[in-house]
Design a binder for this molecule. Structure first.
Ligand SMILES: [Zn+2]
Length: 313
């Protein structure tokens, strides 16, 4: 595994912060969002570890008249099976459709657990390309960092590719798919329930933690997507990591990212260094934003440095 690959893999897991929680024996508890929408929230945020057995991301599901629509299947087949058992505590209906929000391992390696009942596994073509490129390496990486506690995983790829803005009806539930135009990673897909006004954001949307920008994402497109989602005015925002939230968090992230992006642009033109920008941003934005995130202090430095890098390439 070369260094570039390691960095990519670390990015995909989200943020590697010292404050990452290392939850151990948490159950796959189901939280009811509305009458037919539920979340399974991982108490772990950050790296997969032997303690969390690789479970570091959220899954959400919609119970329809014709089966369950699952959004993200977890980091391994074993985790997928736990998600499957958790869904069974709510409904006898099988999972008929799986949506993978993006290509990062913690959002799709659980697909194999649903291969027996799913008629479609859904994502974008860009995400599928990345899954095919890195899937095997990702399984090995997750196995290594969890010291094998994650168990074996068979790769099961998506079978249905979406187009931007595609509308579907799953068992009587209207759904729209929104692309983030690579905001967080290539081919990110968000799922919008227009009647219920619920957005499933994957890693494009955040709640308690700073927005997850990556070296292979597109920050301006992420900012535009955040503004577009805020405009939809969702009553409930379901995220790839962290707890459920509201449109307020989406606006907060849009304002913060656009302020930092603009500042980096101006400073970089004026030959300032990333460290100077960071000092300036901490002074200007810290008082407002630090209390709004669990990891502002550590993450803002990564954001500024990464944005410098992205704007120079
Ligand atoms: Zn991700």
């Amino acid at each position: 595994m070369n260094i570039k690959k390691i960095i990519r893999t670390l990015c995909l897991i989200g943020l590697i912060t010292s404050s990452a929680l290392a939850n151990t024996n948490a159950d796959f508890e189901v939280t009811r969002i509305t009458e037919n929408v539920y979340s399974i929230i991982s108490p772990s945020f950050g790296l997969p570890t032997p303690e969390n057995k690789g479970w570091n991301s959220n899954s959400h599901f919609v119970v329809t008249k014709e089966g369950v629509l699952l959004f993200d299947s977890g980091s391994s087949e074993a985790i997928g099976n736990k998600i499957k058992s958790a869904i069974k505590t709510i409904t006898d209906q099988p999972v008929r459709w799986v949506v993978n929000s993006h290509s990062h391992a913690d959002h799709w390696l659980g697909n194999a657990a649903f291969a027996d009942t799913a008629i479609e596994i859904i994502t974008s073509s860009q995400a599928l390309t990345v899954m095919k490129k890195y899937g095997e390496e990702d399984v090995k990486f997750y196995s290594k960092v969890t010291k094998g506690t994650i168990g074996p995983t068979q790769l099961v790829y998506p079978t249905l590719l979406l187009t931007q803005g595609q509308k579907r009806n799953f068992g009587g539930v209207d759904v729209e798919f929104i692309f983030a135009n690579d905001g967080h990673s290539p081919g990110d897909v968000l799922m919008w329930l227009p009647k219920e006004k619920i957005i499933f954001g994957g890693d494009v949307l955040s709640s308690d933690w700073m927005p997850v920008i990556t070296g292979h994402g597109n920050v301006p497109n992420l900012i535009n997507t955040l503004y577009a989602i805020a405009k939809l005015n969702p009553t409930m925002v379901l995220t790839g990591h962290g707890s459920a939230t509201t449109a307020k968090s989406v606006k907060r992230d849009a304002y913060l990212l656009s302020s930092v992006w603009k500042q980096v642009k101006t400073d970089s033109k004026n030959d300032k260094t990333a460290d100077e920008t960071l000092l300036n941003i901490r002074a200007k934005l810290g008082p407002k934003y630090e209390p709004l995130y669990k990891d502002f202090t550590s993450e803002i430095e990564r954001h500024v440095k990464l944005m410098y890098k992205l704007q120079r390439t």
